[in-house]
Every structure is written in structure tokens, then in C-alpha cells.
Design a binder for this molecule. Sequence first.
Ligand SMILES: Cc1ncc(COP(=O)(O)O)c(C=O)c1O
Length: 471
Amino acid sequence: MKKLHTPLLDRLKEHYDRQVFSFHVPGHKYGELWSDKMLKKDLLHLDATELSGLDDLHDPSGVIKEAQDQTARFYQADRSYFLVNGTTVGNLAMILATCRKGSIVLVQRNCHKSIMNAIRLAEARPVFLTPEVDASTGVTTGVTLESVEEAFKLYDAIDAVVLTNPNYYGMTQDLTSIIAYAHEQECPVVVDEAHGAHFGIGSPFPPSSLSMGADVVVQSAHKTLPAMTMASFLHFKSSLVDPLDLEDKLQLLQSSSPSYVLMASLDYARGYLESLEPRDIEQIISSINELKDRLKIVPQIEVVQASNGCAYHDPLKLVMQSRTKLSGYELQKVLEQIGIYTELADPFNVLFVLPLSRLEKIDHLVKLIKETLASYEVVNDRLPMHVNYKLPAVAEIDLKKSSQQEQKKVLLTDAVGKVSAETIIPYPPGIPILLKGERITKDHIEYCSFLIEQKARFQGNQPDQEIAIFL
Ligand SMILES: Cc1ncc(COP(=O)(O)O)c(C=O)c1O
């Protein structure tokens, strides 16, 4: 690995080493007030504030500017910004910077709830594009160029196209033609790339959305890079979006006391990525391949790849399916009992997020899984793959329906044709399957009932046999 160059992190360490008197926020005084050694040790030493020499995220001209410039150079963006409230805040900012009240915005339907919230805040008119479904896992992926073209024919003035790439499971599309088409219509394309902060480091990792021409891209550095939770990047490269408007939205939405620990972890994450040499990437990939190969000796499970419809499958995402009567949720629970905690489960799959470093203890891991699953019978008649619910390719939904409007609860089976007064979000992955204001179809109800039966976890309202509808 190359030597790390991390200007912000280095300056913070130097600052702490000077053992200054702290008569400023934060109140823990570089950890002095903490008796818990684990957090105090080193971490709180970096938790400084906008002191001389430490710059200001909202008006950067010193080390934060330098660290952000390094990030932009590495990701080949015109500008990059550090985010301290996750990709959530980046999604809010990029949509508020591209949409106004009444703007028509094309949105990939399987997007994160922060996208829906941004559209509500902007009071824009969302037109949803239904994504494709991956045949081997049953999960939704990306949208087609045809559906984007169809929407541009149906609606005159579209202010933005909002895509999510990759999906949670690391399945990634080639966005080049969609972005080129939208740009021909002078429409910016903004991408939630929460799960792709490591993209662009070279094959077999997928290319980044920015390299495929996207105008604004947001990445959760904390998901796949060594950054702390809530630390994300926003990259800008556009002649269609005003960077000053974007910066205005970021200062509007982000804390005026952004965490230096989070920002330093972003500096470190970019430095880490940049320090990886081709040899390191080869070693990471060969250890992932070794794990996948070794797991083949366990007949009760299968590691699945995205089917052909997907351009790339991120090597850091390992999707495991049970070949027993266990559902994805049940398999996840069994793994937890032996100390293997995974990112998420759905009715069919368990998702592992692998580290961006050479995997250790492969033998031990495989042995543990093999021994634990040995007592489960391998079956052929597995749960039928429920290929999600069907939706129109292009659809407009009124997200403005207010909670004050009269509503009542009805049985799920009586809800078809009514307008939902609640948003139903299985969590993880946090992607709404039914939106408040959306007309309920038979497919929605069948899919919800299926998830309830599979004991899926939902965020907020846990749907049971009833659902709230608007009168
Ligand atoms: C696709 C997608 N976008 C956005 C987010 C929100 O990201 P963050 O947790 O960084 O705010 C998530 C979180 O899981 C996500 O999966």
C-alpha cells in the first residue's frame, strides 16, 4: 500500500499533540470528561471545532478545503463535499438544488426514503419509474432507457432524473445511455450511490456513476470505506446544476457544528482508497473468490450472483441463499447465533458486506457455517421466488396528501383501489414498497401479506391485517 496523505486528520493530530487549553466546545474537552477509556482514547482527541488552523466546513479555505479538493481530484469530480449527516443529507441537498415547487422529477421507484422525503420537501411532482427485477435473487435493480424515454415523451418539462445505483445488493447498471439521453434533453441526472463509495478503483469493481456522466453523486463512505457512520461524500460535475445552489442547500441542511471526527474519517477513507495499489486490489479479490469457492462445500447454502440483466455485481456484496426450508430471515438468525452478523435479509437472501481489505479467517468462517447448517435438510421445493409486485412502468403519485386528511383503517383485503394513508417500509433496506398517497393495488397487498408472513421487520408502522387509507 502507498503512504497515506490525509491533510485534515494530520492537522487534527498535530493540534491535539500541542496539548492546548480547551476553552471552547465540545464540552468533553478532548475526552477529559470521559472516564470510558474506549471512546476517550484517541477518538475524542480529534473531536475539535472551528479553531484557527482547523478551517470551517461551511466556508472552507484551509485543511478542510485541501481534504475536499483531494477527494474531488481522486474521484474526478469538479467539487466534492464532506457530509456529516450521511447520504440522507446529500440526497436532500441534491434534490432541493435541482427541483422547485411543482417540478416534475423522474424517480427510480426502489429508492431510499430520503429521496421521497426530499421530493416532499421540494414539493415536486414525482413520476416513478419501475425498476427491473433480478431473476436470481428477486430484488429490484435499475430502470431501462426505454422507461426514461417513455416518461420524457409523456411529460414536457422534467427538471431532474433521480437514480439509485447500485442497489443495496451491489447490482449495478451501465448508466451511460440513460445519462446521455437525459443530457440531450438538458436535464440533470443525480445519483444516490450510497453503496458505491469504492467504485471506480478499477475492475472488477464497477465504474462510478460520476464516470458515466452523472451530474451529482452521493456516496455513503461509511458503508464500504473505513469512514465512520454518517460520514458521506457528495461529488459534483455538471454544467446543468448550479454548484452555488447546491452549496446553499448543504449549509441549509447540515449542522453548523459538523463533527471533526467524522470529517477526519472521510479524509482517512479517501486516503485509504487512494493508497490501494493494483496488487492490493488483486489480493482483496482473490480472498473474496476463495471465500465464495470454499462456501461451495456447504450444500445448505448457495452464493448467488446477479443474473445477466445486470452490468456489474460489486465483489464486496456476497448474497447467500438457503437451500433448506429456511427463509432468508431465518438463515440470518441462525448465522447470528454463531456470531456472524450480516447486513440484511429478505425472504430469499442474506446479504454480507465484505471488507475492502484482504479477508482473514476464511477457514474458520466456512467451518463454522458448515457445522452449524449440517443438521438442516437440503430440499428442492424451496420458497417460490416472489418476483416483487408489478407496477406501471411510469406512474405519478401525490405525495402531498396530508396526515390531517380524514382516514380510516381497513382490512388489507379491502384496501385495493383505495389511496394509502401510510408508507410501508421494510427495514432494512429502507425502500418503501407503498407510499402515502399511492393507490393500492392487489399486487401491493399480496406483497405486503407475503412479507408479514415471512416476519419481515418494518420501520414505523408495522402493517398487520389492517392498513390506513384516505377517505
Ligand atoms: C440506497 C440508499 N440511499 C441512501 C441511504 C441513506 O444513507 P445514510 O445512512 O448514509 O444516510 C441508504 C441507507 O441505507 C441507502 O441504502
